[in-house]
Design a protein around this ligand. Structure first.
Ligand SMILES: O=C(CO)[C@H](O)[C@H](O)COP(=O)(O)O
Ligand SMILES: [Fe+2]
Length: 226
């Protein structure tokens, strides 16, 4: 799956920017990644609930809300109620991640847990039983256009093994610095869903960039798994 990040889109034209990556299954974006930043958990400030509500009305693409905020225990359920498909919180910010997952699911969305590049996976394997998605950050959260950190692929491989051996049922998603040069390594590591901001919205034709990234990832995954 490919999830273009609107962090690199034109915020004055979000509806049109969503339409630019929409399309039939297998062609258009699978999810639209929405980076919510509060200038506390990360140094940057982006958008919040009203923008997600407006986007929900403007596109049929499932919204993948990545909450880079303090106190997600308080705010996550609002994004589920706003119609997000996935609501992802950071384990480093969550007081009670199991309860957050339960609340998100009760409000009708899928629950995602994100880990920063320096956060290990091991302590959260049990918590991840309550989640639908693991978002492995491959840059320090806060800004688009940063360079991919290859060390995080060990965690993607570890998550893939946990899923393939039946210990967890999760979509393994990666976020940060994904482009034509990095997506193959992530696909080989077993990632299911690739967030791409600058590589999609910085391209002349965002729709074509989505198709090219998907094809590259699919070919690399096929080669890796035989
Ligand atoms: O969560 C994020 C940053 O914190 C963004 O989703 C991510 O950086 C996407 O942008 P790019 O593909 O340009 O790295
Ligand atoms: Fe993100």
């Amino acid at each position: 799956m490919i999830a273009p990040s609107i962090l690199s889109a034109d915020f004055a034209r979000l509806g049109e920017e969503a339409a630019a990556v929409a399309g039939p299954p297998g062609e258009g974006a699978d999810w639209l990644h929405v980076d919510v930043m509060d200038a506390h958990f990360v140094p940057n400030l982006t958008l919040g609930l009203p923008v997600v509500q407006s986007l929900r009305a403007a596109t049929d693409i499932p919204l993948d809300c990545h909450l880079m905020i303090e106190d997600p225990d308080r705010w996550a359920v609002g994004y589920a109620e706003a119609g997000a498909h996935n609501v992802t919180v950071h384990v480093e910010a969550a007081a009670d991640p199991v309860r957050i997952a339960r609340d998100i699911r009760a409000a009708g969305a899928k629950a995602g847990l994100s880990i920063k590049p320096g956060t290990p996976l091991d302590p959260y394997v049990e918590v991840l039983r309550h989640y639908d998605t693991l978002l492995v950050m491959s840059v320090e959260p806060g800004f688009g256009g940063q360079s991919f950190i290859p060390d995080v692929l060990d965690k993607a491989r570890q998550a893939r093994r946990l899923v393939d051996t039946g210990h967890l049922t999760l979509v393994v998603e990666i976020d940060g610095g994904i482009n034509a040069d990095t997506i193959e390594a992530a696909a080989e590591a077993g990632v299911d869903c690739f967030v791409a901001g600058s590589a999609v919205y910085g391209a002349e034709d965002p729709g074509r960039a989505v198709r090219a990234l998907r094809e590259q990832a699919a070919n690399a995954a096929h080669r890796a798994r035989g």
